[in-house]
Ligand binder design. Sequence first.
Ligand code: ATP
Ligand code: MG
Length: 459
Amino acid sequence: MQTGILLCSSKHRSISLRSIGNLHNHLQGRRSSSPRHQSTCLRPLSYGEVPTDDIKALVQKYAHQPQTPISLRTLMRTGRGELLNKTYKDNYLSCNKTSATEKVLMQVAGFLRRELPIRLAHRIQDLDKVPLMRDMPSVKEVKQTYISSLFDLLDTPVIDTPEKELEFSHVLRGLYSKHSGVLMQMAKGAFELRAELQKGTIKQRFLNPNYYGRRMSHHQYDPNASAEFDQMRETHEFLNRFYMSRIGIRIFAGQYLALREPPVDGWVGLIYDKVSPETIVRQAAEDATVICNRKYGDAPDVEVSGRLDLTFPYLPDHLHYILLELIKNSMRATMDWHGPDCLDYPPVKVIIADGKENEDVVIKVSDEGGGIPRSNIHKIWSYLFTTADPTTQERMIAYSSNDHSTESPLAGLGYGLPISRSYARYFGGDLDIMSMEGYGTDAFFHLSRLGDSREAIPL
Ligand SMILES: Nc1ncnc2c1ncn2[C@@H]1O[C@H](COP(=O)(O)OP(=O)(O)OP(=O)(O)O)[C@@H](O)[C@H]1O
Ligand SMILES: [Mg+2]
């Protein structure tokens, strides 16, 4: 097999020499940093120049290895140094934490260095397989980002000293920011596919009948009808897998980078051990009110009741993300249903429920916003389905805005519900919507409070 290392310079996005040099060794199951591969007279290869078969073989090698699912509890215990060997654990729990903290970081970095290439390779293989989507320009770009990240990770040396751990953290920080636009990039890919389908040239007979989901669409396979994006089960399952996996990768990377920051009381990386759902609901309500006010000049109140005293260990950012999406949806429905002349909008009601014996904490977000027509109910989990003004979606796609702040619109992309459900499911929870057309909607958000559920990572 040829690695094809070339001479002179290149402007292309490149794979480093060490990666290419190691390609053979990876494929043969061993690492090497032979000086032969680091010779300065050789220029790095751009992807176009690396034999596709070599990349495929490397991806396949890593994609064949099983991913290691981690629970929230394990994530916390690792961050606290409870899973170190005894000497360091004693150190950590007693006095001088410095060397133990170094060991924690090396332990976590070592795990990421082994695990992330496997997770990326699984996704690259999935990206290769998904019909139609894989041909979209934006999806191809996402795949290149994943392949280049895989190479970057394989390029890092084994972490056996604090210096190498530091070097690894720089690489990971770079990858973390490089991947920040991937959600929108993939949404753009879905948008491109939908635009292709809307031309009507792709008939259902060109696709596997299993592409159509009865549960999602009540759709009967009709070989002569045009294929429709929101009825394509396989595409949606692919997107669910992709985004779910992305959540995991970003939690791991984010957790590790947060552990490198000076410690804050009660926090272990991204996890806070006394998350109060009430506090998060109030923060999300405040943010949603700003966004709603900007669009309508008014906003319904948000009432919170139930277990206001409740706290449990969780990732506050995840909770905030989901609650903001649900409250935004409820506010928009309430404003539209009751119209601009309404003097007293019915409040959005949030109830927090939990009992001693409960497996789950359940948060219900209820509105009197007129509900969802039955003909639309199966579409709400579909990516890109929205009843918002279509130009908002086009604008968001065009500017690839990845903003989840009060600057983002109240509704527009059609991603709020499916992504929130992935967040909820990630650590064993779920999200359900019950609607009563002509009255309102209830969203039930279940959180697994035990923290023992392992990540629901896709294969
Ligand atoms: N509480 C609700 N009441 C009525 N309709 C709702 C409610 N929640 C969601 N919907 C419907 O489901 C659609 C999809 O919701 P989703 O949150 O996924 O996307 P969106 O709100 O349109 O855009 P965004 O990506 O900004 O969230 C909405 O456009 C709306 O038609
Ligand atoms: Mg929404």
